[in-house]
Ligand binder design. Structure first.
Ligand code: ZN
Length: 199
């Protein structure tokens, strides 16, 4: 295991809360340390834009898409007229829970695949067997450090956002997608983004 993966797991040691994180998750509600209200499961996290996006996240309409310069909508992003991104979802099963955890995040696509995706966006899509390749463009808690992570982009029927799968089978994120994570590990992710339970 690489050093940073070891650090990641070390950080997941339980901190002896009064009501354990996993208990709170299994009960489906927890009092957020940050938002002054309860969150309930399933609770997904989403990144508003690819991490390299240098501007405020003011969304334009999808229909206003421009292929030159910079553009951001809820589903599409273009940087510098040369980098193309789509909003997708990365799912991770959680032990003992029926629902997967969903992380809304962004992947690059080649210009060619991006154009195909945009062209078919408003039509009812059949599911597609072929996987596209891209780079994950958001850090996911401590799973992803500065090294870019290659992902498979799996289109889904209808208006569902594409699924992302970590390409490198040995990467901690690929292992998490394959084997699932514990409720405590999930709460550590929520805590990373400021939405963990009070302890
Ligand atoms: Zn919160």
């Amino acid at each position: 295991m690489s050093n940073w993966a070891q650090r990641f797991w070390d950080r997941l040691r339980p901190t002896a809360p009064s009501r354990s994180s996993s208990e709170q998750l299994h009960q489906g509600r927890w009092r957020c340390v940050n938002c002054d209200r309860e969150h309930s499961w399933p609770f997904d996290l989403a990144a508003n834009a690819p991490d390299p996006w240098p501007h405020a996240t003011d969304y334009e309409a999808n229909g206003a898409l421009r292929m030159d310069g910079d553009f951001l909508s809820e589903d599409f992003c273009v940087l510098n007229g040369e980098h193309f991104f789509v909003r997708a979802v990365m799912t991770i099963p959680v032990h003992g829970m029926a629902d997967d955890f969903g992380f809304g995040c962004w992947s690059t696509l080649s210009r060619q695949n991006f154009e195909k995706y945009v062209d078919a966006f408003d039509s009812p899509r059949p599911s597609q067997e072929e996987l596209w390749s891209g780079w994950l463009c958001n850090r996911m808690a401590d799973f992803v450090e500065d090294d870019p992570l290659g992902v498979w982009v799996q289109l889904r029927p209808g208006r569902q956002r594409p699924l992302l799968w970590a390409m490198d089978n040995d990467h901690p994120l690929a292992l998490a997608q394959e084997n699932g994570i514990s409720a405590d590990q999930l709460m550590t992710i929520f805590r990373h983004y400021g939405h963990g339970p009070e302890v």
